[in-house]
Design a protein around this ligand. Structure first.
Ligand code: FE2
Length: 188
């Protein structure tokens, strides 16, 4: 059953995520569930957002990770998967969730081809951001696999994962690294 022409219903979204977890299990799945929970909770307090719709968007925002372990390429893969399934609203969130500034320079680790990056750039330029795009961008930053956290912790975790900074645990054990007390609580 389809909730609208643009978005799957909750049962279908749950099925898509479970199917994806079988194909490529990993922490991205509990992260997606926590993004969905955060989106629903925040949307409940917003006059123009639909909590159940935003829960579904959260479940599916990283669905591009289903085929294989990938990095930023999952953004374009997710867009293509959800577009092919006939869910353009969910596809837009898959495309925009990593770009608060609507700029491809925000990519942390592009693992697609140059032509795919060009296509992503064109698609991103064509989007007019909505409150849903902004909500899912925020929730993607709030949600770790273990639960939600402050923005600083999530952003640090993303940068450690992409190799931009050293793991805070390594900082603690390596005499060559400068210890930043602001980072020590980050669980990796
Ligand atoms: Fe995500």
């Amino acid at each position: 059953m389809i909730q609208t022409m643009c978005l799957p219903d909750l049962h279908t979204a749950e099925h898509l995520l479970l199917e994806a977890e079988v194909m490529n299990p990993g922490p991205w799945v509990p992260h997606s569930r926590n993004v969905a929970l955060a989106a629903r909770i925040i949307a409940q307090e917003h006059p123009d957002l639909d909590p159940e719709r935003d829960y579904i968007l959260g479940l599916l925002h990283d669905i591009g990770r289903r085929g294989r372990p990938n990095k930023d390429r999952h953004i374009l893969d997710g867009y293509d998967i959800l577009t092919a399934l006939g869910f353009p609203d969910a596809a837009q969130i898959a495309l925009t969730h990593s770009f608060p500034m609507q700029n491809p320079a925000e990519l942390l680790a592009w693992d697609g081809s140059p032509s795919e990056l060009e296509r992503l750039t064109r698609l991103l330029e064509a989007v007019s951001y909505t409150a849903e795009d902004r909500l899912l961008q925020l929730c993607d930053k709030l949600a770790l696999p273990e639960g939600c956290c402050i923005l600083e912790k999530r952003v640090t975790a993303q940068r450690v994962k992409s190799g931009m900074i050293t793991s805070p645990r390594k900082m603690l054990t390596s005499p060559c690294q400068t210890f930043n007390p602001c980072l020590w609580q980050v669980e990796m």
